[in-house]
Design a protein around this ligand. Structure first.
Ligand code: XMP
Ligand code: MG
Length: 184
């Protein structure tokens, strides 16, 4: 039977490693946000899998919300420009402690534009939790407050991350075989 596993060249982060790390992050967030009004903000679609796991690893009451954003223009766009909000939050952020949940911090341009937009809404705080980070690709002056794994500069799929909207449902993070891109 055809399985998505056949399309994977190598695994970067296993299912077990993801599970252990998410539990660790959940425990840390539970300690750091105890007594606070925590709102987890998932950036769709890439972070849905991480969000679903992380929210259950958080052991304090919290609210959740979702947002769809896209950066204007390409990589040479000014990092002080605004982000385009395709789907905004429903929640009022006033006084609340916002934790942005992301799949991967790559150049950092998207979040470097989104964070100031959210800060304009008078939250108590805004921090970033990402399951993956590619530090070698960073262009904007931004780092995650909570980070699962640093990955090399390879295009990764799985655990929410897609190639052409597919492979988000892989339970681990991996790199596709070259022939999958070339469509052989
Ligand atoms: P920034 O602004 O940090 O954008 O460059 C981060 C967004 O880019 C996407 N991205 C990836 N998606 N595999 C993916 O499937 C990757 O290796 C990858 N690197 C970046 C992702 O949507 C992330 O939110
Ligand atoms: Mg994304």
């Amino acid at each position: 039977m055809y399985s998505m596993d056949n399309d994977i060249d190598h695994i970067l982060v296993s299912e077990d490693a993801l599970k252990a790390k998410v539990n660790e992050l959940g425990a840390q967030i539970s300690r750091d946000y105890a007594g606070k009004d925590l709102l987890l903000v998932s950036i769709l679609k890439g972070s849905v899998v991480f969000m679903a796991d992380l929210m259950r690893a958080v052991q304090i009451p919290c609210a959740i919300d979702f947002m769809v954003v896209s950066s204007y223009g390409g990589a040479n766009t000014s990092s002080t420009g605004l982000v385009k909000i395709i789907k905004d939050l429903d929640a009022d952020l006033t006084g609340r402690d916002v934790l942005i949940v992301e799949d991967i911090l790559d150049t950092g341009i998207t979040l470097s534009k989104l964070v100031p937009v959210l800060k304009m809404r008078n939250p108590g705080s805004v921090k970033i939790c990402t399951i993956l980070s590619k530090p070698s690709r960073r262009m904007a002056d931004i780092e995650p407050d909570y980070c699962g794994f640093e990955v090399p500069d390879e295009f990764v799929v799985g655990y929410g991350l897609d190639y052409d909207e597919k492979y988000r449902n892989l339970p681990y993070v991996g790199v596709l075989k070259p022939e999958v891109y070339s469509g052989e």
